[in-house]
Design a protein around this ligand. Structure first.
Ligand code: NAP
Length: 194
């Protein structure tokens, strides 16, 4: 167990995962591969689960006894494929978190399929690397829209569920300061002429 993972030992009645509406392209469900009854474990939302750190996080959380996962990203086929390999009850919702209704769609999915939430991992993000002279305001805008605004908006949307499941947790995966894989702080240089 990941030390003190919320919901892992909560004495709650099991909540059977539901199924998405017929024909839904934006929500999916894979059945548990476990045999026999299992104590309820944490229900976890992982954003940006279609690749990289989010996918690795989902694979790790899936090893928690009784864990149930909700995978979030835009590429549905990758979420569906990951869900098939996790071996725990997993649903997914294909959504662009920067859309106006993105966070609300995640909330509605969690309510419909799981009914509660123990852990939110805000991992979805991106780094569009460019100097300000190259990327300008548009680069700042789209970076903040995904890496900051969507994190705050999704956290706000899911907060009532998280509070109802307290002790619950929100984990935010920050972007490196300069967008580099190493996360090294970018040196601040005065603007130089082209
Ligand atoms: N890589 C590093 O060394 C490093 C270091 C420190 C911090 N980080 C941070 O860690 C997080 C994950 O990084 P990573 O390296 O794993 O990157 P990645 O492989 O590119 O994963 C980014 C994830 O975010 C999702 N995503 C992007 N835009 C989205 C949107 N509008 N709506 C919903 N989901 C969206 C992507 O899925 P879809 O394309 O399917 O939507 C993907 O699953 C980022 O926030 C990054 O800033 C990374």
């Amino acid at each position: 167990m990941v030390g003190g993972l919320p919901g892992s030992q909560a004495a709650r009645p099991p909540r059977p995962p539901g199924r998405g509406p017929p024909g839904s392209q934006a929500a999916g469900l894979t059945p548990a591969r476990h045999n026999g009854p299992m104590a309820p474990g944490p229900i976890c939302v992982v954003t940006g689960a279609s690749s990289g750190i989010g996918e690795a996080t989902a694979r790790r959380l899936a090893r928690e006894p009784g864990a149930r996962l909700v995978l979030v990203a835009r590429r549905e086929e990758r979420l569906a494929e990951l869900a098939r390999t996790l071996g725990c009850p997993t649903t997914w919702v294909a959504v662009d978190l920067t859309d106006d209704d993105g966070p609300q769609r995640v909330l509605e999915h969690v309510e419909a399929h799981h009914g509660s939430l123990d852990l939110l991992v805000n991992n979805a993000g991106s780094a569009w690397r460019a100097t300000f002279a190259q990327g300008g305001w548009e680069n700042v805008r789209r970076t903040m829209e995904l890496n900051f605004d969507s994190v705050v908006r999704l956290s706000e949307a899911l907060l009532p569920l998280l509070r109802s499941s307290a002790p619950s947790a929100v984990v935010n995966v920050p972007a490196p300061p300069d967008g580099s894989p190493e996360g090294a702080p970018a040196p601040i240089r005065p603007a130089s002429p082209p």
